[in-house]
Ligand binder design. Sequence first.
Ligand SMILES: NC(=O)C1=CN([C@@H]2O[C@H](COP(=O)(O)OP(=O)(O)OC[C@H]3O[C@@H](n4cnc5c(N)ncnc54)[C@H](OP(=O)(O)O)[C@@H]3O)[C@@H](O)[C@H]2O)C=CC1
Ligand SMILES: CC(=O)N[C@@H](CCC(=O)OP(=O)(O)O)C(=O)O
Length: 358
Amino acid sequence: MERIRTCVVGATGFAGVEVCRIVLGHPALELTMATDRKAAGTRLADVYPAFEGACDLVLSLPEPEAIAQNADVAFLAVPHTASLAITPQLLSLGVTVIDLSADYRLHDAAVYEQWYGTPHTSPELLGQTVYGLPELNRSGLLVLGERHEKGEAVLVAVPGCYPTATALAAIPALEAGLATGDLVISDAISGVSGAGRSANARTHYCHANESVEAYGVAHHRHTPEIEQTLTQVAGREMNVVFTPHLAPLTRGLLATVYMTAADGITANDVQDAYERRYADEALVSTLPAGHMPQTSSVAATARAQVGVALDDRRRRVIIASCAIDNLGKGAAAQAMQCANLVLGLPETQGIGVTAPLI
Ligand SMILES: NC(=O)C1=CN([C@@H]2O[C@H](COP(=O)(O)OP(=O)(O)OC[C@H]3O[C@@H](n4cnc5c(N)ncnc54)[C@H](OP(=O)(O)O)[C@@H]3O)[C@@H](O)[C@H]2O)C=CC1
Ligand SMILES: CC(=O)N[C@@H](CCC(=O)OP(=O)(O)O)C(=O)O
């Protein structure tokens, strides 16, 4: 079988290199192009020696015409606005785009402009884009797959890492009507690779090591994305109080979510709802009652694990905690899960399903 020609844009970034690693191990895809502006002209293996012997590809500049000549699908692992700059042209040249950036996640261009502080230059694409959380929007991704099969280039907006973990923690309780009200609180912790490859004052080893801090409090740009998803799930306008924290981990993300419990529900009702909701999901597990997830159990995988409890001692609160790998289910592996659905491949093909155990 001829393999699907694949380009990774932003291939030396943390999310991009993880996409490259997945593509190189994927039986149905071939890494035919990888781009990077600063390292163009050098081999990917010169930047990441782990690829020595496995990949001889030379990095190119991210030029849409060249991408269209070399690839049928492009993963964009670039910062927001960089995706806006090339996605319309890639689509018009017939390249299906799996975008890891935030540029096409929000349905409303005005909300994007408010939170990202920059004009949205292709709002006409927002209506045709599917938000790539397969556990919520699988049918939409399969519709994109039908269009792709007919030769149309399509666009997937892969969710952010914090929105992925927060949504997976909240979906079962909201869908089953076990959580009431319009407020969800999400306390989340990310490893430092979530901030990308370039260190800054906050992510510098000497600042981040042996320390945990909250940041972006009350104004992080994932807030509207989380609210958009929770509103879709609950079928009513939802708000989130979202507090991200930076922890001295290389990779891993844990979101613990608090929701007001509906009157009369029991801890068993909550546990059952979560187990039922994820029973058929290959990549999301509900842990047994009394167990909470840890990031090391999902490191370097596409998996999410969710643990849930009901605190009915004073206030009745559902507490759900979700662990993912920020670069796995939070970025590259989820991007591949979406691509598999769009490309008509088995949903988990090519993505690691269990973590290294030691
Ligand atoms: N890190 C994570 O855990 C997650 C990241 N994401 C998203 O994935 C995307 C990449 O993130 P991450 O890998 O962390 O970032 P990095 O900073 O590590 O990498 C960014 C990459 O994009 C390239 N790039 C930067 N600007 C442009 C541009 N204008 N045009 C083309 N290429 C450009 C960079 O190389 P060069 O400048 O040399 O071209 C580099 O290869 C972002 O949108 C991020 O929000 C999503 C979920 C989780
Ligand atoms: C630890 C850390 O700094 N994390 C990043 C996560 C952002 C990210 O990757 O998300 P987008 O895809 O929406 O840009 C942050 O808080 O900005």
